[in-house]
Design a protein around this ligand. Structure first.
Ligand code: CIZ
Ligand code: SF4
Length: 312
């Protein structure tokens, strides 16, 4: 029964992939997929990456349509950076709870309390929040961005864990918002200890969205892109991975002979997993749901994103 179900699924996916190839040609579309997407989406993507690489790609593509497979704020960032393109997403319910933890009113109040601070926003924020900030960053460039601003004080939104990590390496005074990623924040010292016991030869590679005490256990700390690069280049053959489980796709692709154990079975972002191959095909068929960002919001937010893309 199990084998039959798998066969049926494989056949369904084959038909979907054929339809997708046809639609992509008709619409001159490009499919961008975040490393946290399901394997069936990463397999058909024209480009896979973290939010920084995907933002860069959206800004430079000559496709007419961008199908953005990730969560809502990423689709918005693509639209802001490529305003003349049509940006569609597989399912508008794919949001990011961390991005929803900060709103414009709260941020404005904090800015009034710290009038000399520059505002650095993790890209995991809504377009409205970005429009209230000086510069965006991702986990791949957070420290560089914080160090690049011309003020001694930085308001940091929304991830307290990444903020805490960055604050250890900068001389800037950081005023840190209390947001966090429900998925990464779930990982505990106990989970990692247990995995280390089971895999004593493995190194622990961890994303800075995890809790500080878990990050402190890392043999390597970095963004998904940095983790993927580190695991590929390291002589070590076995890793315990402290980031969302979709990253396994690119880790295994780059390092097929190495072993990757995810630090807990709970490192699965339910929002990222709302998307599937069927929805990608449907979105391109119907050209819906489409991302819209009001012009006045997009203009302000674009400055913040473009400043990030210029940081070397
Ligand atoms: O920046 C991103 O894409 C996220 C959410 C994680 C990472 O480190 O790549
Ligand atoms: Fe948001 Fe965390 Fe999911 Fe990333 S993994 S989209 S930060 S909830």
């Amino acid at each position: 029964m199990e084998a039959l179900a798998l066969q049926h699924k494989a056949e369904q996916n084959r038909v979907l992939r054929e339809r997708l190839a046809q639609l992509k040609k008709e619409r001159n579309a490009i499919i961008l997929a975040h490393y946290y997407q399901r394997d069936e989406i990463q397999e058909i993507a024209d480009f896979r990456g973290d939010s920084f690489l995907l933002a860069q790609k959206a800004a430079s593509t000559d496709a007419d349509v961008i199908v953005f497979c990730g969560v809502h704020f990423m689709g918005e960032s693509a639209k802001i950076l490529a305003p003349t393109k049509t940006v569609i997403i597989p399912d508008e319910r794919a949001g990011c709870p961390m991005a929803d933890m900060v709103n414009v009113e709260g941020l404005r109040a904090l800015k009034r309390q710290h009038p000399n601070a520059k505002v650095v926003a993790y890209i995991n924020t809504s377009a409205e929040v970005k429009s209230e900030t000086d510069i965006c960053c991702t986990s791949a460039n957070a420290l560089k961005v914080v160090n690049s601003v011309d003020s001694d004080e930085v308001i940091w939104v929304p991830d307290k864990n990444l903020g805490d990590y960055v604050s250890k390496f900068t001389n800037k005074k950081m005023i840190i918002w209390e947001g966090y990623c429900n998925t990464h924040d779930m990982l505990t010292i106990k989970d990692v200890e247990e995995m280390k016991r089971l895999h004593p030869n493995a190194q622990f590679v961890v994303h800075p969205e995890c809790r500080p005490e878990v990050v402190a256990m890392g043999d390597f700390v970095g963004s998904t892109t940095a983790i993927i690069k580190y695991c590929k280049e390291s002589p070590c053959q076995e890793f315990i991975v402290g980031t969302e489980d979709g990253t396994g796709y690119q880790l295994r692709l780059n390092s097929p002979d190495k072993q990757f154990h995810f630090a807990t079975k709970y490192l699965v972002c339910p929002n990222m997993k709302v998307n599937n191959l069927k929805k990608v095909v449907k979105a391109l068929e119907t050209m819906k749901p489409e991302i819209y960002v009001p012009d006045h919001v997009a203009e302000q937010a674009r400055q913040s994103l473009e400043r990030m893309l210029l940081v070397k």
